[in-house]
Design a protein around this ligand. Structure first.
Ligand SMILES: Nc1nc2c(c(=O)[nH]1)N[C@H]1C(S)=C(S)[C@@H](COP(=O)(O)O)O[C@H]1N2
Ligand SMILES: [Mo]
Length: 409
């Protein structure tokens, strides 16, 4: 394998822009340290440049909240199922690993613990153990936080901290089998990110380490490829733990350790972060963690930003997914949820972890129309009308919050 693969086909274009990219990079890196204050100021801020590690992305398709929180515009999802990498959202809790690791991807080392024969394996060795490819919805658990009237702290994502992408890699269960099977007492899959921990801070307070129930092992993948290209630094190069159906934060980028543990990680991001904390209470490990995604859908067109529509026929379309379960159907309302019409699922079915595109033909007369969509999964779970209130604004799958109002002449 080549030792100097570019991060992305657009890397060449980025080099042509060398001078300004360097300036942007300085800005981008500076804003990494601004943290929470920077995130809450975004609503009013002017368009920000893409940070250098994501400079190859399509700025027109994205809303840059900060250099580590970038979301896809609702109007940019299109109807072709897969989200192109240049349009996919980015969320980093720490700056990405050094780009130097891309010079020899196969030399990346992963530690495996909690198996009968624990050891470390290079990415080159992992590639000999199996190959599979899966389409999954990658979604930040805070997607839809922007619709909470309580304005929780954190990025006010609307619908765009999500995408549907293809991963290729080795099934994690192949690796477990090659190392003699699970050790006794393994109850969680714990993945650890390989980012450099800033000097002078307690590693447990910032390390990206998440635990999920051991049943996630059935579908887990150690992926080195996304959408047909070597993983980019923005999305976890050279190796990522992909947990289909689980909220974004559990899908550990730059994964350096996978441990099958008897208890959940004590890292702050696990013990206190990403908990369904009742409003006004303190987060604690007893509260539910953001694990499997709930059934959810939203409309991507027509949108208010399309301006005033002509009266007559419109194609109301959007995306729907069920986390670890396939979507059975989607209904659409043009009257704010009073009456519903079954939508047609369109495009290829890329499996239960992917989203489905849906469409309904409707004739809209002049006036305003509140368009809503409501998905149901194969187990019969229907997207709820109301969000589950929680202090950090996680897991918003309220159909009412995700509706759009369009105006017809
Ligand atoms: N190592 C590491 N993994 C990580 C993160 C991170 O900061 N570091 N962010 C998590 C969060 S909160 C989300 S939503 C997804 C975002 O994935 P993306 O940036 O590829 O879209 O990665 C997750 N995995
Ligand atoms: Mo996230």
């Amino acid at each position: 394998m080549s030792t100097s693969q570019p991060n992305h086909p657009n890397a060449g274009r980025r080099m042509l822009l060398g001078g300004s990219a360097a300036a942007l990079s300085a800005l981008g890196l500076a804003s990494f340290t601004r943290g929470a204050q920077a995130q809450t100021a975004v609503a009013t801020a002017a368009a920000k440049p893409l940070p250098s590690y994501a400079a190859w992305k399509d700025a027109n398709a994205l809303i840059v909240h900060t250099s580590n929180t970038i979301e896809t515009r609702r109007s940019a999802f299109g109807a072709s199922v897969i989200t192109p990498s240049p349009q996919l959202y980015v969320r980093n809790n720490l700056p990405p690993v050094d780009a130097a690791v891309l010079q020899d991807r196969d030399a990346w080392v992963l530690e495996i613990e909690g198996v009968k024969k624990p050891r470390s394996l290079t990415l080159g060795e992992l590639k000999t153990l199996g190959l599979d490819t899966v389409a999954t919805v990658l979604q930040c658990s805070g997607n839809g936080r922007g619709f909470f009237p309580s304005k929780p702290s954190g990025t006010p994502w609307q619908v765009g901290a999500a995408g549907c992408v293809l991963w290729a890699g080795v099934p994690l269960r192949n690796v477990v089998a090659a190392l003699g099977g699970l050790a006794d007492g393994a109850r969680f899959v714990t993945g650890t990110g390989g980012e450099k921990i800033p000097e002078g801070v307690d590693p447990a307070s910032v390390i990206v380490e998440r635990s999920v129930p051991i049943k996630a092992l059935d579908d887990a993948l150690l992926a080195w490829e996304m959408n047909g290209e070597p993983l980019s630094l923005a999305h976890g190069a050279p190796l990522r733990l992909v947990l289909p159906g689980y909220q974004g934060v559990n899908n550990i980028k730059y994964v350096k350790r996978v441990a099958f543990t008897s208890s959940e990680s004590k890292a702050k991001i696990m013990a206190h972060g990403y908990r369904m904390t009742p409003p006004g209470e303190k987060s604690s490990p007893e509260q539910a963690s953001v694990w499997e995604m709930g059934v959810k859908s939203w409309i991507n067109g027509p949108l208010p930003e399309d301006g005033t529509l002509q009266a007559g026929l419109v194609q109301i379309h959007g995306v729907a997914f069920g986390g670890t379960r396939a979507v059975k159907g989607v209904e659409v309302s043009t009257d704010g949820g009073k009456t519903w019409k079954a939508a047609r699922l369109v495009g290829p079915d890329l499996g239960r972890f992917a989203w489905r595109q849906f469409v309904v033909s409707a004739t809209l007369g002049s006036g305003t129309h509140a368009l809503m969509s409501r998905a149901t999964d194969v187990a019969g779970n229907t997207q709820p009308e109301q969000r589950e209130e929680n202090s950090q604004g996680y897991n918003n799958n309220s159909w009412r919050d995700h509706g759009v109002t369009v105006t017809v002449a």
